[in-house]
Design a protein around this ligand. Sequence first.
Ligand code: ADP
Ligand code: MG
Length: 612
Amino acid sequence: MPETHEFQAEIKQLLDIVVHSLYTEKEIFVRELVSNASDALEKLRHTQLTEKAIADPDLELEINLTTDDKAQTLTIQDHGIGMTRDELVEFLGTIAHSGSKAFLKAIKEGGAKNDNLIGQFGVGFYSVFMVAKQVKVYSRSWQADAPAHVWTSDGSGSYTIEEVADQTRGTKIIIDLTDEEKDYATSARIKTVLERYSAFVSFPINLNGERINKVSALWLRSKNEITDEEYTEFYKFQAHAWDEPRLKLHFSADAPLAINSILFVPQSNTEKFGMTRAEPAVSLYCRKVLIDPAPKDLLPEWGRFLKGVVDSEDLPLNISRETMQDRALIEKLGKVITTRFLKFLAEEAKNRPEDFDKFYDEFGIFIKEGAATDFTHKDALAKLLRFESSRTDAGKTTSLADYVSRMGEEQKDIYFLIGSSRAAIERGPYLEGLKARNLEVLYCFEAVDDYVMRNLREFDGKTLTAADSADLKLGDHESEGEALDKDKLDALIKWLKETLGNKVAEVKSSDRLVDSPAAVLNADQFMSPQMRRMMKAMKPEGEAGEAPPMQVHLELNPRHAIVKRLAEIKDADHEKAVLMAEQLHDNALLAAGLLEDPSTMVQRLYKLLEQV
Ligand code: ADP
Ligand code: MG
């Protein structure tokens, strides 16, 4: 008697999306089923390395497709690892496996952007229900004593499972096609679909008894024999993608390790929509045999946007991450590949700057992450960073190397400012002192930039310095206009310290200001204004009052009319002078993006206006 099971709720949802709205190119179901058959054969090959008792040990490791246009069916069979009863329930009835889980999560979070998601996830097995009235999965596990079962479903709410006799090891899927899709029961149709990507499957594929593919690994062939179309088809097959690769690197090396590799950068960064974190996707092979489809420790974290394959003859087939020796080998391999890929990006930047800029727009965030976290490749990554600056046009960027080449002899540091936009940085008080001294300043607009600059610390021996940091020392500069004399200035500073109390850590005169009367500087070297703002944003409602008091340095421009005026009236008109001092302080906070409570400032402004 067949037992009936309900699909897990998530699977029902997934089926609904896949069947009804998602894919316009239904033929990809063939690719998905063949890729599962190929995976199952790879797994068997691996199991054979360690297990002796394997069911039907003499079966060929191949994939067989048969069409029957009378019966309107397509059958796909492999002699791979197979599934036990429990595995059928888990793998085909629950969301346990990763691809679908990530897909569903992205669909939920992506909302209206679903179109962008097509093809960024392999929906796998369930794609068969785009074309099927009913699907029967016969499967027998490699474990010699496990009985075979048939799993049957029409892809609506439930499926059945029943024990069957007389099955060989592996899986046989019989697809009962819908009337609209009965074309897939013809040899001609399936052949066209298979020809597109079967060359990338490393097991023989037969259609109605006829061999379709020469088993050949694209990455082992010579570059000049491979067409762009082949690369693109390989990318689509390997990465389960629908787009064309944005960049491609095919390379071989003999020393220090024998490597054949193809790496792809996709069109778009899937993490950009604030969705699921990308998983490593560069597969590891040894002499065409898949060792790990998604090794976590091969490439550095920031390389998780890459797709492709790495094949090295120097790896043992039964590589084990438990042994030091094998771990060291993987690490060495990853280092060689990463170095090569970064060299490739540097060449792209030099030879095709426009393409590189487009790449950087989409994937620059990973380069930044790497520059801040990957100690091994830090220098090469830093060379790829791009920023707008006070010398570039809006929207145009410069590299750190180009910045350095423009530095004057006296200049020791690379200056940067963090702000929400070009306009915000140029309006603020921090730029003017550097501009007046003809010093270039990099503009940083992204939330991570602060973190990146702090971690990177230096480039080409030059310190990366925030132009709004309190300890910034700028050289002498011929300023225009008469400054307040020293006695008056000292008295004003003393008075301001008393008047502003614990709102300021220090008040001092500054030579960095040109047009602004005052500026606040970050006195806390461990918490930048940006970090402070982030902390504030993350705090739950009502807890704002508990933040430690902000300790800023207030810098005064001794040449500015407002400062001179304040020095004049501080004794004569105490009440007005206090209002002015507080307003000056708030204005400076506002310019730094640090003003926490504008309502007090508004009240004070009214009072000041009354006196006009
Ligand atoms: P994915 O391949 O991304 O894991 P699929 O939906 O394509 O997702 O397949 C789900 C799971 O079902 C696979 O992970 C595998 O465990 C199992 N499976 C599918 N087809 C086969 C097969 N031909 N032989 C053995 N197991 C299979
Ligand atoms: Mg699959």
